[in-house]
Design a protein around this ligand. Structure first.
Ligand code: CP
Length: 330
Protein backbone atom coordinates (compact mmCIF):
# COMPACT_ATOMS: atom_id res chain seq x y z
CA UNK A 1 0.00 0.00 0.00
CA UNK A 2 1.35 3.43 -0.88
CA UNK A 3 2.28 5.70 2.05
CA UNK A 4 0.31 8.61 0.53
CA UNK A 5 -2.70 6.48 -0.37
CA UNK A 6 -4.82 7.69 2.55
CA UNK A 7 -5.18 11.11 0.88
CA UNK A 8 -6.71 9.62 -2.26
CA UNK A 9 -10.03 7.86 -2.80
CA UNK A 10 -9.45 4.16 -3.41
CA UNK A 11 -10.31 3.08 -6.95
CA UNK A 12 -13.28 0.73 -7.25
CA UNK A 13 -11.83 -2.69 -6.21
CA UNK A 14 -13.98 -4.36 -8.89
CA UNK A 15 -11.73 -2.82 -11.57
CA UNK A 16 -8.52 -4.48 -10.40
CA UNK A 17 -7.08 -6.69 -13.13
CA UNK A 18 -9.83 -5.81 -15.63
CA UNK A 19 -9.60 -4.36 -19.14
CA UNK A 20 -10.97 -1.00 -20.25
CA UNK A 21 -12.03 -1.51 -23.87
CA UNK A 22 -15.33 0.37 -24.05
CA UNK A 23 -16.96 2.97 -21.80
CA UNK A 24 -19.81 0.54 -21.21
CA UNK A 25 -17.34 -1.90 -19.60
CA UNK A 26 -17.80 0.25 -16.48
CA UNK A 27 -20.71 0.34 -14.08
CA UNK A 28 -22.03 3.77 -13.10
CA UNK A 29 -20.31 3.36 -9.71
CA UNK A 30 -17.00 2.46 -11.35
CA UNK A 31 -17.26 5.45 -13.68
CA UNK A 32 -17.93 7.75 -10.72
CA UNK A 33 -15.05 6.20 -8.78
CA UNK A 34 -12.60 6.76 -11.63
CA UNK A 35 -13.69 10.40 -11.96
CA UNK A 36 -13.33 10.94 -8.19
CA UNK A 37 -9.85 9.45 -8.30
CA UNK A 38 -8.92 11.47 -11.40
CA UNK A 39 -10.00 14.68 -9.70
CA UNK A 40 -7.93 13.84 -6.60
CA UNK A 41 -4.87 12.94 -8.68
CA UNK A 42 -5.20 16.20 -10.60
CA UNK A 43 -5.34 18.20 -7.35
CA UNK A 44 -2.35 16.31 -5.95
CA UNK A 45 -0.30 17.00 -9.06
CA UNK A 46 -1.31 20.69 -9.06
CA UNK A 47 -0.03 21.05 -5.51
CA UNK A 48 3.18 19.22 -6.46
CA UNK A 49 2.33 16.26 -4.27
CA UNK A 50 2.30 13.48 -6.85
CA UNK A 51 1.45 9.98 -5.74
CA UNK A 52 3.96 7.29 -6.70
CA UNK A 53 1.23 4.69 -7.00
CA UNK A 54 2.88 2.72 -9.81
CA UNK A 55 6.49 2.49 -8.66
CA UNK A 56 8.17 -0.47 -10.31
CA UNK A 57 5.36 -0.99 -12.83
CA UNK A 58 5.54 -0.68 -16.60
CA UNK A 59 2.87 0.27 -19.10
CA UNK A 60 3.37 -0.83 -22.72
CA UNK A 61 1.91 1.55 -25.31
CA UNK A 62 1.25 0.08 -28.78
CA UNK A 63 0.57 2.72 -31.43
CA UNK A 64 -0.54 1.81 -34.95
CA UNK A 65 -1.86 5.35 -35.54
CA UNK A 66 -0.51 8.83 -34.91
CA UNK A 67 -1.21 10.45 -31.57
CA UNK A 68 -0.26 13.58 -29.68
CA UNK A 69 -2.53 13.66 -26.62
CA UNK A 70 -2.82 9.93 -25.93
CA UNK A 71 0.87 9.25 -26.41
CA UNK A 72 2.08 12.11 -24.23
CA UNK A 73 -0.58 11.92 -21.50
CA UNK A 74 -0.11 8.18 -20.91
CA UNK A 75 3.68 8.49 -20.83
CA UNK A 76 3.73 11.57 -18.58
CA UNK A 77 0.95 10.13 -16.43
CA UNK A 78 2.84 6.91 -15.82
CA UNK A 79 6.03 8.82 -15.08
CA UNK A 80 4.22 11.01 -12.52
CA UNK A 81 2.96 7.84 -10.83
CA UNK A 82 6.54 6.60 -10.47
CA UNK A 83 6.26 3.93 -13.19
CA UNK A 84 7.63 3.51 -16.68
CA UNK A 85 5.94 3.71 -20.07
CA UNK A 86 7.31 1.82 -23.04
CA UNK A 87 6.44 3.13 -26.51
CA UNK A 88 5.94 0.33 -29.06
CA UNK A 89 5.48 1.88 -32.49
CA UNK A 90 4.15 0.29 -35.66
CA UNK A 91 6.88 -1.84 -37.18
CA UNK A 92 8.80 -2.31 -33.95
CA UNK A 93 6.98 -5.46 -32.85
CA UNK A 94 6.97 -8.85 -34.56
CA UNK A 95 3.19 -8.33 -34.61
CA UNK A 96 3.69 -6.46 -37.86
CA UNK A 97 5.69 -9.38 -39.29
CA UNK A 98 3.28 -12.22 -38.76
CA UNK A 99 3.42 -12.98 -35.03
CA UNK A 100 -0.13 -13.48 -33.87
CA UNK A 101 -2.07 -11.21 -31.55
CA UNK A 102 -2.40 -14.18 -29.16
CA UNK A 103 1.34 -14.82 -28.97
CA UNK A 104 2.05 -11.10 -28.65
CA UNK A 105 -0.40 -10.92 -25.75
CA UNK A 106 1.26 -13.91 -24.04
CA UNK A 107 4.71 -12.32 -24.40
CA UNK A 108 3.78 -8.80 -23.33
CA UNK A 109 1.90 -10.06 -20.29
CA UNK A 110 5.14 -11.50 -18.98
CA UNK A 111 6.88 -8.13 -19.02
CA UNK A 112 4.20 -5.50 -18.56
CA UNK A 113 1.72 -4.54 -15.85
CA UNK A 114 -0.71 -3.04 -18.39
CA UNK A 115 -0.98 -2.60 -22.15
CA UNK A 116 -2.43 0.47 -23.84
CA UNK A 117 -3.18 0.00 -27.53
CA UNK A 118 -4.24 2.38 -30.29
CA UNK A 119 -5.07 0.57 -33.49
CA UNK A 120 -7.72 0.37 -36.19
CA UNK A 121 -9.80 -2.71 -35.49
CA UNK A 122 -11.73 -3.06 -32.24
CA UNK A 123 -11.66 -6.82 -32.85
CA UNK A 124 -7.85 -6.76 -32.60
CA UNK A 125 -8.05 -4.96 -29.26
CA UNK A 126 -10.66 -7.41 -28.02
CA UNK A 127 -8.46 -10.33 -29.09
CA UNK A 128 -5.42 -8.83 -27.37
CA UNK A 129 -7.48 -8.48 -24.19
CA UNK A 130 -8.71 -12.06 -24.50
CA UNK A 131 -5.21 -13.46 -24.42
CA UNK A 132 -3.35 -10.93 -22.27
CA UNK A 133 -3.13 -11.49 -18.53
CA UNK A 134 -2.13 -7.85 -18.14
CA UNK A 135 -5.06 -5.39 -18.29
CA UNK A 136 -5.60 -3.87 -21.74
CA UNK A 137 -6.64 -0.23 -22.19
CA UNK A 138 -8.17 0.96 -25.45
CA UNK A 139 -6.33 4.11 -26.52
CA UNK A 140 -8.57 4.44 -29.61
CA UNK A 141 -9.98 2.05 -32.18
CA UNK A 142 -12.15 2.74 -35.21
CA UNK A 143 -15.15 2.13 -32.94
CA UNK A 144 -14.35 3.44 -29.46
CA UNK A 145 -12.36 6.09 -27.59
CA UNK A 146 -13.19 5.35 -23.96
CA UNK A 147 -10.24 7.26 -22.46
CA UNK A 148 -11.35 10.43 -24.25
CA UNK A 149 -14.86 10.01 -22.83
CA UNK A 150 -13.52 9.86 -19.26
CA UNK A 151 -11.62 13.13 -19.72
CA UNK A 152 -14.72 14.70 -21.28
CA UNK A 153 -16.93 13.74 -18.36
CA UNK A 154 -14.39 14.99 -15.83
CA UNK A 155 -14.33 18.31 -17.71
CA UNK A 156 -18.12 18.57 -17.54
CA UNK A 157 -18.15 17.66 -13.87
CA UNK A 158 -15.61 20.38 -13.10
CA UNK A 159 -17.66 22.94 -15.01
CA UNK A 160 -21.16 22.02 -13.87
CA UNK A 161 -20.58 20.23 -10.55
CA UNK A 162 -22.58 17.12 -11.48
CA UNK A 163 -23.22 15.13 -14.62
CA UNK A 164 -26.70 13.75 -14.04
CA UNK A 165 -29.31 15.54 -16.15
CA UNK A 166 -26.82 17.51 -18.26
CA UNK A 167 -27.70 17.80 -21.95
CA UNK A 168 -24.81 17.15 -24.34
CA UNK A 169 -25.42 17.82 -28.04
CA UNK A 170 -23.09 16.13 -30.49
CA UNK A 171 -23.05 17.69 -33.95
CA UNK A 172 -21.10 16.00 -36.74
CA UNK A 173 -20.04 12.62 -38.02
CA UNK A 174 -20.55 9.76 -35.58
CA UNK A 175 -17.04 8.45 -35.13
CA UNK A 176 -15.27 6.52 -32.36
CA UNK A 177 -15.69 9.38 -29.90
CA UNK A 178 -19.47 9.36 -30.28
CA UNK A 179 -19.91 5.73 -29.26
CA UNK A 180 -17.87 6.29 -26.13
CA UNK A 181 -19.67 9.55 -25.33
CA UNK A 182 -23.09 7.88 -25.72
CA UNK A 183 -22.07 5.08 -23.40
CA UNK A 184 -20.29 7.16 -20.77
CA UNK A 185 -22.93 9.91 -20.85
CA UNK A 186 -25.67 7.30 -20.54
CA UNK A 187 -23.96 5.69 -17.55
CA UNK A 188 -23.71 9.11 -15.91
CA UNK A 189 -27.44 9.82 -16.41
CA UNK A 190 -26.87 12.52 -19.02
CA UNK A 191 -29.06 13.33 -22.02
CA UNK A 192 -27.03 12.86 -25.20
CA UNK A 193 -28.56 14.27 -28.38
CA UNK A 194 -26.94 13.42 -31.68
CA UNK A 195 -27.24 15.30 -34.97
CA UNK A 196 -25.26 13.39 -37.58
CA UNK A 197 -25.27 13.46 -41.41
CA UNK A 198 -27.09 10.52 -43.04
CA UNK A 199 -23.87 8.74 -44.08
CA UNK A 200 -22.30 9.05 -40.64
CA UNK A 201 -24.98 8.15 -38.14
CA UNK A 202 -24.23 5.77 -35.28
CA UNK A 203 -25.02 2.13 -35.96
CA UNK A 204 -28.53 1.29 -34.76
CA UNK A 205 -27.28 -1.42 -32.41
CA UNK A 206 -24.78 0.98 -30.80
CA UNK A 207 -27.40 3.69 -30.35
CA UNK A 208 -30.06 1.37 -29.01
CA UNK A 209 -27.55 -0.19 -26.61
CA UNK A 210 -26.58 3.26 -25.35
CA UNK A 211 -30.25 4.27 -25.09
CA UNK A 212 -31.00 1.28 -22.87
CA UNK A 213 -27.95 2.03 -20.72
CA UNK A 214 -28.94 5.69 -20.39
CA UNK A 215 -32.56 4.94 -19.52
CA UNK A 216 -31.40 2.60 -16.77
CA UNK A 217 -29.49 5.52 -15.24
CA UNK A 218 -32.05 8.28 -15.70
CA UNK A 219 -30.59 9.70 -18.90
CA UNK A 220 -31.33 9.38 -22.60
CA UNK A 221 -29.71 9.08 -26.02
CA UNK A 222 -31.54 10.40 -29.06
CA UNK A 223 -30.79 10.95 -32.73
CA UNK A 224 -32.35 14.08 -34.24
CA UNK A 225 -32.35 15.23 -37.84
CA UNK A 226 -31.52 18.87 -37.31
CA UNK A 227 -28.43 20.20 -35.46
CA UNK A 228 -30.47 23.15 -34.14
CA UNK A 229 -32.84 20.70 -32.45
CA UNK A 230 -29.93 18.90 -30.81
CA UNK A 231 -28.28 22.07 -29.57
CA UNK A 232 -31.36 23.96 -28.30
CA UNK A 233 -30.86 24.54 -24.55
CA UNK A 234 -27.85 22.18 -24.37
CA UNK A 235 -25.27 22.42 -21.59
CA UNK A 236 -22.50 21.25 -23.90
CA UNK A 237 -21.95 21.18 -27.65
CA UNK A 238 -19.44 18.64 -28.93
CA UNK A 239 -17.96 18.03 -32.34
CA UNK A 240 -15.04 16.07 -33.81
CA UNK A 241 -12.98 16.05 -37.02
CA UNK A 242 -14.80 15.07 -40.18
CA UNK A 243 -13.75 11.72 -41.64
CA UNK A 244 -11.11 12.06 -44.33
CA UNK A 245 -13.43 11.16 -47.28
CA UNK A 246 -15.75 14.12 -46.56
CA UNK A 247 -13.18 16.81 -45.87
CA UNK A 248 -13.19 18.16 -49.43
CA UNK A 249 -15.36 18.69 -52.48
CA UNK A 250 -19.12 18.24 -52.55
CA UNK A 251 -19.08 15.99 -49.51
CA UNK A 252 -17.51 18.79 -47.47
CA UNK A 253 -20.20 21.18 -48.68
CA UNK A 254 -22.84 18.76 -47.37
CA UNK A 255 -21.01 18.49 -44.05
CA UNK A 256 -21.31 22.29 -43.59
CA UNK A 257 -24.81 21.71 -42.24
CA UNK A 258 -23.14 19.93 -39.31
CA UNK A 259 -20.43 22.40 -38.36
CA UNK A 260 -20.43 24.45 -35.18
CA UNK A 261 -20.33 28.23 -35.46
CA UNK A 262 -21.42 31.14 -33.30
CA UNK A 263 -25.04 30.87 -34.45
CA UNK A 264 -25.16 27.22 -33.34
CA UNK A 265 -23.62 28.05 -29.96
CA UNK A 266 -26.17 30.81 -29.37
CA UNK A 267 -28.91 28.16 -29.39
CA UNK A 268 -27.31 26.41 -26.42
CA UNK A 269 -27.50 27.63 -22.82
CA UNK A 270 -25.65 30.91 -22.15
CA UNK A 271 -22.93 29.13 -20.12
CA UNK A 272 -22.72 26.13 -22.44
CA UNK A 273 -19.38 24.41 -22.93
CA UNK A 274 -17.94 23.84 -26.39
CA UNK A 275 -16.08 20.54 -26.56
CA UNK A 276 -13.82 18.88 -29.12
CA UNK A 277 -11.61 15.80 -28.80
CA UNK A 278 -8.95 17.39 -31.07
CA UNK A 279 -7.13 17.61 -33.39
CA UNK A 280 -9.38 20.39 -34.72
CA UNK A 281 -9.75 21.71 -38.24
CA UNK A 282 -10.84 25.32 -37.94
CA UNK A 283 -13.18 26.27 -40.76
CA UNK A 284 -14.39 22.65 -41.16
CA UNK A 285 -16.24 21.09 -38.21
CA UNK A 286 -15.85 24.24 -36.08
CA UNK A 287 -15.27 27.93 -36.59
CA UNK A 288 -12.19 29.49 -34.98
CA UNK A 289 -14.40 31.98 -33.15
CA UNK A 290 -15.99 29.07 -31.27
CA UNK A 291 -13.02 26.82 -30.49
CA UNK A 292 -10.91 29.83 -29.54
CA UNK A 293 -13.81 31.60 -27.86
CA UNK A 294 -15.27 31.89 -24.36
CA UNK A 295 -17.36 28.70 -24.44
CA UNK A 296 -14.47 26.37 -25.28
CA UNK A 297 -13.22 23.88 -22.70
CA UNK A 298 -10.98 22.00 -25.12
CA UNK A 299 -7.77 22.65 -23.20
CA UNK A 300 -9.43 21.41 -20.03
CA UNK A 301 -10.39 18.23 -21.93
CA UNK A 302 -6.76 17.86 -22.99
CA UNK A 303 -5.49 18.38 -19.43
CA UNK A 304 -7.99 15.89 -18.04
CA UNK A 305 -6.71 13.07 -20.20
CA UNK A 306 -3.77 12.80 -17.84
CA UNK A 307 -5.44 12.30 -14.42
CA UNK A 308 -8.26 10.14 -15.79
CA UNK A 309 -5.77 7.84 -17.51
CA UNK A 310 -3.73 7.71 -14.30
CA UNK A 311 -6.89 6.68 -12.48
CA UNK A 312 -7.52 3.93 -15.05
CA UNK A 313 -3.96 2.60 -14.88
CA UNK A 314 -3.94 2.59 -11.08
CA UNK A 315 -7.37 0.99 -10.85
CA UNK A 316 -6.68 -1.74 -13.40
CA UNK A 317 -2.99 -2.48 -13.19
CA UNK A 318 -2.36 -2.83 -9.49
CA UNK A 319 -4.38 -5.98 -8.89
CA UNK A 320 -2.00 -7.03 -6.12
CA UNK A 321 -3.06 -3.83 -4.30
CA UNK A 322 -6.64 -5.05 -4.27
CA UNK A 323 -5.57 -8.57 -3.33
CA UNK A 324 -3.50 -7.21 -0.41
CA UNK A 325 -6.45 -5.13 0.80
CA UNK A 326 -8.68 -8.20 0.55
CA UNK A 327 -6.22 -10.27 2.58
CA UNK A 328 -6.04 -7.52 5.23
CA UNK A 329 -9.84 -7.63 5.59
CA UNK A 330 -9.83 -11.43 5.72
N1 CP B 1 -8.00 13.07 -28.79
C1 CP B 1 -6.95 12.24 -29.03
O1 CP B 1 -7.01 11.04 -28.79
O2 CP B 1 -5.83 12.88 -29.48
P1 CP B 1 -4.57 12.13 -30.12
O3 CP B 1 -5.05 11.50 -31.40
O4 CP B 1 -3.56 13.24 -30.37
O5 CP B 1 -4.06 11.12 -29.16
Amino acid sequence: MNEHATALPEPPPSLAGRDYLRARDLSAEELGGLLDLGLALKAAQASRMPHPLCTGRTLGMIFHKASTRTRVSFEVGMSQLGGNALHLAQGELQLGRGETVRDTAMVLSRYLDAIMIRTFSQADIDELATWADAPVINGLSDDHHPCQALADLLTLRERFGALEGLVLAYVGAATDVVRSLMEAGGLAGMHVRLACPPDYRPRVEDRVGAEILAERHGGSVSLVADPTEAVAGADAVYTAPWPEPVRSGRAAARMRAYHVDGAVMRLARPNAAFMHCLPAHRGEEVEASVIDGRHAVVWEQVANRLPTEQAVIYALATADRAEAAHEEVA
